[in-house]
Design a protein around this ligand. Structure first.
Ligand SMILES: Nc1ncnc2c1ncn2[C@@H]1O[C@H](COP(=O)(O)OP(=O)(O)OP(=O)(O)O)[C@@H](O)[C@H]1O
Ligand SMILES: [Mg+2]
Length: 244
C-alpha cells in the first residue's frame, strides 16, 4: 500500500484559467517537502485542491491509497490531512483554549488528550489559555493556528506561507516544530515564500512555475545551488537548466 499523501496529475481551474497543470507530488510519513515557486505559480491553488476547498478539474489526491478527491474539507481533515492556510485567522473572540477545543473535535472522543498534546508541542500557549485569541501576538496566533491543525492528530500537514510577517526568531521556532513533527512521523508539505527557510528543514522539494511542476528532488540539491533555484523560478524546466 502507498503510505502517505499522493497527488497525481492534479489540474485546477480558477476563473476559467488552468492554474495547476498536471502536478504530481508525494509526502511520505516523516518527511518535510517544500513546495516552492514564484508568485502566482499555483502553489496555493494546489493546496486548496488538496484539502477540498477547490475542486480538482483533473487528477487525484489520496492518503495511504484511499482517494480523497472531491471530499469536503472536513472529510479530508477527518481522513488525516490538516491544513494551515495563508492568512489563517484564529477565532479572535474565543479564548485560546476554546480555539483548541473547537479544533479538537467532539467532547468525549479523546479531545482533552489531543488538546493536551498540542500544549506539549506549544507550551508557550499555556499561560494564554484564557485570553481571547485576538489578543495574542502574530507569532502566538500562528502557533495557535498550527496547534489547531494538530488538534485533529493529522498524518499529513499542509502549510501555506507560515513565516509571512513574523519575527525571524518565531519563524525558527515554528520551523523547528515542523521538523520535530516530521521526525515523529507526520508528513509535512510546506509552501513558503522564503525558499531557503523551507529548504533548511526539508527532505525534498518541488518547484512550480506557471502551474507546472518543473523540479522535484532533494532539498539539499536546491539549497546548495541558488543559481539552479533562480533559473527554475525564471521559468526554465530542469532539463534546460541542467543542459544549459
Ligand atoms: N480566486 C481566484 N480566482 C481566479 N484566479 C485566481 C484566484 N486566486 C488566484 N488565482 C490565479 O491563480 C494562479 C495561481 O495562483 P496561486 O495563488 O495558486 O499561486 P501561488 O503560487 O500561491 O502564488 P502567491 O501565493 O505568490 O500568490 C495565479 O495566476 C492567480 O492569479
Ligand atoms: Mg500562495
Amino acid at each position: 500500500m502507498n503510505r502517505g499523501l499522493t497527488v497525481e496529475s492534479l489540474t485546477v481551474v480558477r476563473g476559467g484559467r488552468t492554474v495547476v497543470r498536471g502536478v504530481d507530488l508525494t509526502v511520505s510519513p516523516g518527511e518535510v517537502v517544500a513546495l516552492l515557486g514564484p508568485n502566482g505559480a499555483g502553489r496555493s491553488s494546489t493546496i486548496l485542491a488538496m484539502c477540498g476547498l477547490l475542486p480538482a478539474a483533473g487528477g487525484s489526491v489520496s492518503l495511504n491509497g484511499r482517494s480523497l478527491t472531491g471530499l469536503r474539507p472536513d472529510r479530508v481533515r477527518g481522513a488525516g490531512v490538516s491544513t494551515v492556510l495563508e492568512n489563517h485567522r484564529v477565532l479572535a473572540d474565543l479564548t485560546v483554549h476554546d480555539n483548541l477545543k473547537v479544533a479538537g473535535g467532539r467532547r468525549g472522543t479523546g479531545r482533552v488528550e489531543r488538546v493536551e498534546r498540542v500544549l506539549q508541542t506549544f507550551p508557550e500557549l499555556v499561560e494564554h489559555l484564557d485570553r481571547p485569541a485576538g489578543q495574542l501576538s502574530g507569532g502566538q496566533q500562528q502557533m495557535l493556528a498550527l496547534g489547531q491543525a494538530l488538534a485533529s492528530q493529522p498524518q499529513v500537514l499542509l502549510i501555506d506561507e507560515m513565516s509571512m510577517g513574523l519575527a525571524p526568531v518565531v519563524v525558527s521556532r515554528l520551523l523547528g516544530v515542523l521538523r520535530t513533527l516530521a521526525d515523529d512521523g507526520i508528513g509535512v508539505l510546506l509552501v513558503e515564500q522564503f525558499a531557503h527557510l523551507a529548504l533548511s528543514i526539508s527532505d525534498r522539494a518541488s518547484v512550480m512555475t506557471r502551474g507546472k511542476c518543473v523540479f522535484s528532488g532533494a532539498a539539499s540539491d536546491l539549497d546548495r545551488d541558488p543559481d539552479l533555484l533562480h533559473r527554475l523560478y525564471m521559468g526554465a524546466g530542469v532539463e534546460d537548466v541542467l543542459d544549459g
